[in-house]
Design a protein around this ligand. Structure first.
Ligand code: ADP
Ligand code: MG
Length: 250
């Protein structure tokens, strides 16, 4: 393999996506490092979800470059192949198996290549028990492990789903508005959890809650009309006149 063109984990350059002539992404360029957490902000319609769709292979860009680990061309791979590379995505609504226990949800995520019934009936290996324990601890659900997932609070379900994604050991995790609908305490705990994850894995998090974004304490990218309007610390981005005009000031 030839030398990578970029040391970044994720590298988007000049990416455009058009829907019937409307440019949802317009020459978007963005790079995220290994184990970096990046917060993405911007008004509705800015292209945040479309960007995630491009990264995960759900949407093909009309032009531009999208590289993972410097050498994998994301524009040429399908969603399954991209997930296999180590890119996990969490949508806004939690999708957990409500009728199963919290720990069984994690177990199912550990072995998603087996049939659910065979997985639940088979004996857990010591290694699996260890991994389940570690994941439950990480997402703050150890005390709730035997409860049905359907009984968890909204915030706890979000954490369970994050735990299920972590079971796949992604190198990059995409998370859309995790704090939406959470209590203040859950929001603060979620910021804590994401900071913890970002010590070992890269995270891209889309969020409108500026208290939460401040709490993350990471570099912020503000999108507008499909490209980057401003990038830097939250203080620097918040002080940008155009950002205030199109997003924060409204
Ligand atoms: P955000 O997530 O920042 O709110 P989106 O990426 O969802 O923005 O949308 C960007 C723009 O692209 C919006 O104007 C939206 O209406 C448009 N758009 C997104 N997906 C489609 C689609 N499948 N077909 C047509 N237009 C779309
Ligand atoms: Mg969106």
């Amino acid at each position: 393999m030839s030398a990578p063109v970029t040391p970044a984990l994720l590298y988007l350059d000049n990416v455009s996506v058009s829907f019937d002539g409307f440019r949802a992404l317009n020459a978007l360029s963005l790079a995220v490092d290994h184990a970096e957490m990046r917060a993405i902000i911007g008004p509705n319609g800015a292209g945040k979800t479309t960007m995630m769709d491009v990264i995960t292979g759900k949407t093909r860009p009309n032009e531009g470059t999208a590289l993972f680990e410097g050498s994998h061309d994301l524009t040429a791979l399908d969603e399954a192949a991209i997930a296999e590379l180590g890119i996990g995505r969490k949508f806004q609504t939690p999708t957990v198996f409500e009728m199963h226990s919290v720990e069984d949800n994690i177990l199912l995520a550990l072995k998603d290549n087996r049939s659910p019934l065979a997985t639940l009936l088979s004996r857990r290996t010591a290694r699996e028990r260890e991994r389940i324990d570690a994941l439950l601890e990480r997402v703050r659900l150890t005390a709730h492990r035997r409860r049905k997932a359907g009984e968890l609070s909204h915030g706890q379900k979000q954490w369970l789903e994050i735990g299920m994604l972590l079971a796949q050991q992604p190198k990059l995790l995409l998370i859309d508005e995790p704090a939406a609908g959470m209590t203040d305490q859950e929001t603060a705990d979620t910021a804590d959890l994401l900071r913890d994850i970002a010590r070992t894995q890269a995270v891209i998090v889309v969020e409108h809650d500026m208290t939460f974004v401040r709490d993350l304490g990471v570099k912020v990218t503000c999108l507008h009309e499909g490209s980057v309007l401003a990038e830097g610390t939250l203080d620097a981005v918040s002080a940008n006149e155009r950002v205030v005009e199109v997003y924060l000031g409204r």
